[in-house]
Structure formats: C-alpha cells, structure tokens
Design a protein around this ligand. Structure first.
Ligand SMILES: [Zn+2]
Length: 152
C-alpha cells in the first residue's frame, strides 16, 4: 500500500502576521516592577486561570500585559461596558516602568477600587509618562478595569 503524500499548503512566511506578543522568559523580572519573576507575578494571571486578587494586582497585570502585548488578557480584564471591540497596542510603544502612586478599596473584601499610577514609556525614541487614575470593579467575581481619568 502506498500512501500518497499530500503536502499541507504552507503559508508563505511573509504572509504571517507579526508576533502578537513580545517574548518574555518566565524568569525575567516582571514588567510591573515587583521583585518577582514574570512567571510568578503577572505571568500567572496572564496564563490563567489564576485571577488577580486585588484591584492593584489587576492594574499591575494589565500594565504587564501592555508591556508584553497580551491583547487577549487586556480584553478579558476590561469591563464589557467599556471594553473596545479591538485593541491594537502601538508596536512603537515600549513600556519601561510602572509607579503605583496610591490605591483605594480594591481588596478581596471590596467590590470597587481605584489605583493611581504613572506608566513610563518610550515611543519612537521619545520618553513619555502616562498618569492615570483607574477605576476597577468586580465583574462576575473577578476584578476588571472600568475606566480612567487623567491626572487630577
Ligand atoms: Zn508583575
């Protein structure tokens, strides 16, 4: 019996999209700035099924998701009322450092919380800072990002 060899059609390499996420080794320092390897810090939330226990942990994990361009995580931790339909992080933006300035509520015993932070980035060679006061709520038991206001 001879088997006909059928060649699966190969995609031309040029047709494949750019990698959607930035590779980050599990032992690398977590982008959120906590003194822990990525895999033990925000990485375990990105992988699931572990969920961030506090609003601040969720905020840190979302910052890290921007840093590694984990769009799926960003969308699933966004409140459905305010989430965008698509998310296209600017590939030119490199997230450099996160400073958490303060937080209210957001503990395992709260249903709402806020986190103020500064996120430092570089974009096309220029440095910038995003300062935000983010609101988080519990949705179906898990913390999600609701909305934000700028520096006040
Ligand atoms: Zn982290």
């Amino acid at each position: 019996m001879s088997r006909r060899r059928s060649r699966p059609r190969q995609k031309a390499p040029s047709a494949s999209p750019a990698p959607s996420s930035l590779p980050l080794s599990p032992g690398a320092p977590c982008p959120c700035g906590l003194p822990a390897p990525y895999a033990d810090c925000c990485g375990r939330f990105h992988r699931g099924p572990a969920a961030a226990p506090t609003a601040e942990a969720l905020m840190r994990s979302r910052y890290s998701a921007f840093a590694v361009r984990d769009r799926a995580y960003l969308l699933r931790t966004w409140h459905p009322d305010t989430a965008p339909e698509r998310l296209e992080p600017d590939p030119e933006t490199r997230w450099r450092r996160l400073e958490v300035l303060g937080a209210t509520g957001g503990s395992p015993f709260h249903n709402e919380g806020t986190v103020s932070f500064r996120a430092h980035f570089t974009e096309r060679g220029r440095e910038g800072v995003l300062e935000e006061h983010s609101r988080f709520v519990r949705h179906a038991g898990a913390w999600v990002y609701l909305d934000a206001s700028g520096a006040s």
